[in-house]
Design a protein around this ligand. Sequence first.
Ligand SMILES: *Cc1c(COP(=O)(O)O)cnc(C)c1O
Length: 404
Amino acid sequence: MTNRFERPDRVQFEVQDYATDTLAVRAGQERTPEGEHSDPIYPTSSFVFSSAREAAARFGGEEEGNIYSRFTNPTVRAFEKRIAAMEGGERAVATSSGMAAILALGLSLMKQGDHVVCSQSVFGSTVSLFDKYLSRAGIETTYVDPTDLAAWEAAIRPETRMLFLETPSNPLGEMSDIAALSKVAREHDALLVVDNCFLTPVLQKPLELGADIVMHSATKYIDGQGRCLGGVVVGREAEMEQVFGFLRTGGTCMSPFNAWVFLKGLETLPLRMRAHSDAALQLAKWLEAQPGVERVFYTGLESHPQYELACRQQKGFGGVLSFEVKGDKDAAWRFIDATEMVSITGNLGDVKTTITHPATTTHGRMTPEDRARAGIKDNLIRFSVGLEDIEDLKKDLSRGLQAI
Ligand SMILES: *Cc1c(COP(=O)(O)O)cnc(C)c1O
């Protein structure tokens, strides 16, 4: 996969000469002789050949070209090229969901006897995938405090193949130092994988900081409007070829329609991420000053214990914040039920603001002890700030505050 974008019969642009905002709208498009301006969509399961000889050459890998949409589809390829350019990776492989991206990484880059060191503050299904399913393939996982560099080092064994983390974490915004951990990973011949779902390449570029692989749930900010499920993995050619090999056989591929939606999503991603971030920072500061609020968790606040790292590692703080209300679970539920506009749902990264009670929904399957250890209290509320008017959002939050 070449890292360039093109105008037919005219100029080829090398992606390294362009900024992320430009790549978001232009990278990856392979214009056809029709001269279409917008990205075309190819809803076809297979492709035809001009002769038996060409078919054989394509299947044999001697000739490049499309064969079958489980592993070669031009719309999916355009999405892969665009996100690879934005993350600064050599190649991307798209998957049917964010979880399928982690499954593909696990099954293609590891084997029986390998070991993973994983942040204890990752997406709940990520923990289930490692503990319930990759464990069956003989891959063991140890969980560590994502903020504690010494704990990561101490957990590494000779058979450790992968370090896996999300930064900032959900819902408490704990951070891992990507540059420092990439050195640890390299010293131990392990791969550092960063789930960059919360910040996207607009606000954080893990590969530039030394990570080996970046992955996304495209379902969140990349779509940005809550329409489609998808995932993607980005990294060096060598590892991506292995992930691609798994996808080709494993079949957890992205559909052309979803790839087309995500291409459109990427075009507005820089604008949206900056707007989500600006609004979240304003609301985090506003919430911190409210008497009914115990504590606000957001990497953009000076009160955040890793504020300095956030300023160094991120280009913005993202759209998700959490806060504890003064009171118990019932107070948190009363707060949520008193809001009128925001959506009560577990999803995030949408233009519509969403509100969640983690202890009884996204983190409800954890035991109370595990939840306590993770710092997720019953009075915690997560807020994924959308693109509504900020004063309307404050009014809705005020309704909640009055009800606690
Ligand atoms: C949602 C999410 C996932 C899983 O993605 P799906 O597209 O829902 O499969 C993984 N990581 C993070 C951080 C997420 O928020």
